[in-house]
Design a protein around this ligand. Sequence first.
Ligand code: PAF
Length: 285
Amino acid sequence: MVNRIKMKIIKKPAEMQKLIKKYKLKGKTIGFVPTMGALHQGHISLIHRARKESNIIVVSIFVNPTQFGPSEDFSRYPRPFKKDAGICRKEKVAAVFVPKPKDIYPANYFTHITVEKLSDIMCGKSRPDHFKGVATVVAKLFNIVQPDRAYFGLKDYQQFIIIRKMAGDMNFPVKIIGCPLVREKNGLALSSRNAYLSGEQKQRALALSLSLQMAKNLIKNKNVKSAKSIISKIRKTLRPHVNKIDYVEIRDAETLETLGIVNKRAVIAAAIFIGKTRLIDNIIV
Ligand code: PAF
C-alpha cells in the first residue's frame, strides 16, 4: 500500500504542510506516528500498522519541552537522531518531521489545550502540566501533518484516551488508533526511558509488569472484584523492588472513571520509580 519514495527530512512546519498538500492533491492517505524519538520496537509496531492502512507514512521526532516538568528529564532525554532516521528509512517512512522547539513554540507563544477532567488524574497528579503539553503539541502536529490516521501506543494509556478525546472535542478529521503495548520477553514494557536503567534496576523493574499480570489473574481466575483489595496486593508485590510507588489505580477503560468493583472493562495502571526513573505500565482486564 505504501509508495516507494526517498525519505524526506523536514524541519519547518510550513515546509511539512506544503509537502502534505502535494500528497493530498495526488489522493494519498496520510498515516502519522508522532514520537519523541529514541525509537524502539514499540514505535516500529506503530509504523507497521500505519503501513498497512495508509499510502504515506509521516513520523515526527520532537522532544516536546512543554510536557516535561521543571525537575524532569527533558535535557537528558535520549536524542539518537541518526539511528532513528535509519530506522525510519528502513521502515519506508516517506517523511520525518523534526522541528526545533522555536519552530513549534516561537517567542510569545500563548495557546494551549487542556482536556479537562482527564488530565489531572493518574499521571496528571504528579505531572501537573504534562497532558496540557501533550494535547497542545499533538493538536499542533495534527494541523501541520493533517493525517487521516494517527497511531499511539497503549503503554501511555491515559495519553491515548486524552488525545482521542481532544481530537473528538476539537473536530480534528483524524482517526486515533491505539496499538498494543510491546514488551520484552521478560514482560518489561518497552520505553525510551528503559535506557536509563542499570542491569540491576531493569531486574527490579520487572516487578511492575509481574504485579499487573498477577492482578489480572486474580480478577480473571480467582474472581476477586474489589479494586481496593487488588490495588493493595499490587502495592505489596511492588514495595520490596521499587524506590517509590507513584500510583496504582483501577479505572474504567473507556472513561477513566474510578471503579470500586471491577465489573466492566477496566485498565489497571501503575507508575513507579526505579532509582530516579519513573516507569508506567498498564493492563486491560
Ligand atoms: O508519546 C509520546 O512520545 C509523546 O507524548 C507524543 C505523543 C509524541 C507527544 O509529544
